[in-house]
Design a binder for this molecule. Structure first.
Ligand code: ADP
Ligand code: MG
Length: 620
């Protein structure tokens, strides 16, 4: 039999390698940005069109390449960064495998222009699917510009596999931020479809974080520093009261590389123990320097995991350093006149002394006279509290009320909360007169009579189902009832959140939100869906963005039901919330008026039934 083994042609090998290096547009962004940094650029521009599907271009002012290097850079295993295996243990560069450009050129149309500082003329090269189609001398500024067009043009299956533009641009932003955060000594800009998304001048680390995540971030940061024999830690943690549900503001960098480490993340979490509200994650930007010999950097190019020799020591050091920093900021407020002094109040204390809400109630108003079946709560007393709260400024309102909201669970039925004190006696009397047909158990289940026996309803899921169908209907028929706010509520957003909000704005408007303006970092909300209270707005918006985003990453693209699902999840009453009889009945009635009362939007059962036959059997 003849021999059957043969070497794969280069372009095939490159395509296979590309499958590992380039998973999505964001992978190209990462590789190109890293090459620019390795080339000692001080100014890097990223230009993206259609979330990178049409164009990803990185322009740097780095050291450029000679004609030969320009051509060679697209060969596989062509690198200027290491020449022997020993070099692997003292890497100072981001790249070293020499695979990225070859891989990218195998699956896209690539145009490179590059010039070294001392050369008068540069080199232009065009490559399509690993084949050089053009090479010429060009006039171009010092540095390198690489444009990657029509990614996966020759692998339709991969191209079709890409997610929606919203999802892909999020991945790109993530990569961009990871690189930009750790190189504040380099100026970065990012444009998407012609709009300027980030403009980051050379600055210190703190300023870079603020430039990326918004001006308000500054006062939320607590510095962290520690030097030991095995590690140097610099960076910041976010004050516990600003912890978010999403884990987007969690960054570990080791020797200037972004890494993910569930183990070290756990160390941070444990340092925050007792300081965080339920279901929130600490925010952190931690820059670790360790001896390169103590980590395994010879990792897969796209992986962000890393192996440490002395993981346990690192864990202990990180935990105690952060604990120390948090303790310092709590007892010793820094003398800084720019600071909002309310931020210095220890978290625990703030939590205990939640200011009780001032109530301004229209005493002649009887909420239950017209308040059946989810009639919109556009009542006058909502705007009464609003007038007071808004004048106090959004920030203070948010801090106090946030804890109140979590304590009392997200109760959309404002009626009970605000009016009970004032008109309590009325309710008692009414309750006696009315026949009680529901019963709440453990503040979690509602039991109600049905013809054949009883039904046990999960209150949170039931309410989620009700709200979901309501929102979905509002979105699709565009007939939501909106409460106009007397004073608009201001919500602070990061650049990313702003971008994301713009995408989903039309759908949110269909649910009843009215946004009067959306600038770079502030959203002005002047109308809200009937089911929401104004003081819940900042909380709900951030919850909503996190939840939609999370869903989108698993799901496919954005659609109305996703928004409805996320809204319902954010505002549905939680387990653990005591409900009045009226509220219990309201839920039961509205649930059984739903199209699909049996399952929650997240596909969990909403209720179970027991027939009297079941009892008979058990009680034989
Ligand atoms: P690696 O970064 O692992 O060396 P790449 O395929 O990313 O491999 O790049 C190959 C080589 O091309 C690099 O080693 C470098 O010499 C050169 N190169 C790539 N991008 C640039 C750039 N922006 N400026 C200067 N040289 C570059
Ligand atoms: Mg590289």
């Amino acid at each position: 039999m003849s021999d059957i083994i043969q070497l794969l042609p280069d372009h095939v090998a490159n395509q296979i390698a590309a499958g590992e290096v380039v998973q999505r547009p964001a992978s190209v962004v990462k590789e190109l940005l890293e090459n620019a940094i390795d080339a000692n650029a001080t100014n890097i521009q990223l230009i993206v069109k259609d979330a990178g599907k049409t164009l990803i271009q990185v322009i740097d002012n780095g050291k450029g390449m000679s004609v030969t290097d320009a051509r060679l850079s697209f060969e596989r295993h062509a690198t200027s960064k290491i020449s022997s295996a020993e070099d692997l243990f003292q890497l100072k560069t981001k790249g070293f495998r020499g695979e990225a450009l070859a891989s990218i050129a195998a699956i896209a149309h690539v145009e490179m222009k590059t010039k070294k500082p001392d050369d008068a003329i540069g080199t232009g090269i065009k490559i399509e699917g690993s084949k050089v189609t053009e090479q010429e001398a060009v006039v171009t500024p010092t540095g390198t510009s690489i444009a990657v067009k029509n990614l996966f043009f020759n692998i339709p299956a991969r191209r079709n596999f890409l997610k929606s533009n919203q999802v892909e641009i999020r991945h790109i932003i993530d990569e961009f931020q990871r690189v930009a955060l750790v190189h504040s000594d380099i100026a970065f800009t990012m444009y998407h479809n012609g709009t300027d998304m980030f403009n980051l001048p050379v600055s210190n680390a703190r300023q870079r974080i603020v430039n990326i995540f918004g001006a308000k971030t500054n006062e939320k940061l607590v510095p962290v520093t520690e030097e030991t024999e095995i590690v140097t830690i610099r960076g910041f943690v976010v004050k516990p009261e600003f912890a978010k549900k999403s884990n987007k503001e969690q960054f570990f960098f080791v020797n200037n590389r972004f890494i993910k480490s569930p183990y070290l993340n756990h160390a941070v979490n444990s340092a925050f123990e007792g300081l965080l509200k339920e279901n929130t994650n600490p925010g952190y930007f931690l820059f670790l320097e360790v001896d390169p010999k103590t980590i395994d950097i010879n990792i897969h190019p796209t992986k962000t995991e890393i192996k440490f020799d002395n993981e346990h020591d690192l864990y202990a050091i990180i935990k105690s350093t952060i604990k120390h920093s948090l303790g310092q900021f709590q007892i010793a407020p820094v003398l800084d006149f720019q600071r909002d002094s309310s931020m210095d109040t220890p978290y625990e204390y703030q939590n205990k002394k939640v200011p009780s809400p001032t109530i301004e109630v229209d005493r002649t108003f009887n909420p239950f006279a017209s308040e059946q079946q989810g009639t919109p709560r556009t009542s006058s007393f909502s705007s009464g509290t609003l007038a007071k709260k808004s004048s106090e400024g959004w920030e203070s309102m948010y801090v106090g009320l946030e804890s109140k909201i979590t304590n009392s669970a997200t109760d959309i039925t404002t009626i009970e909360f605000e009016s009970e004190e004032v008109t309590g006696s009325f309710f008692d009397a009414a309750a006696v007169v009315q026949e009680q047909v529901t019963l709440q158990v453990q503040n979690k289940y509602i039991i109600s009579k049905i013809k054949s026996g009883i039904v046990v309803i999960h209150q949170h899921r039931a309410h989620e189902r009700i709200m979901y169908e309501e929102f979905l209907q509002h979105i699709t028929v565009n007939q939501a009832v909106s409460q106009q706010l007397l004073f608009p509520v201001l919500v602070e957003l990061t650049k990313e959140e702003t971008l994301f909000l713009k995408e989903i704005k039309p759908i949110l408007e269909n649910t009843g939100f009215v946004f009067s303006s959306l600038s770079d970092s502030t959203l002005e909300v002047s109308g809200i869906p009937a089911a929401i209270r104004n003081e819940q707005v900042p909380f709900i918006i951030s919850d909503l963005l996190a939840s939609i985003e999370e869903n989108m990453l698993n799901d496919t693209s954005l659609h109305a039901s996703l928004v409805a699902k996320s809204m319902a999840k954010s505002i549905a009453i939680k387990s653990g919330k005591p409900l009045t009889n009226e509220e219990q009945e309201d839920i039961v009635n509205r649930l059984f008026a739903c199209k699909e009362p049996t399952i929650s939007p997240a596909n969990k059962p909403v209720f179970i039934t027991y027939s009297t036959g079941d009892f008979d059997k058990k009680l034989l």
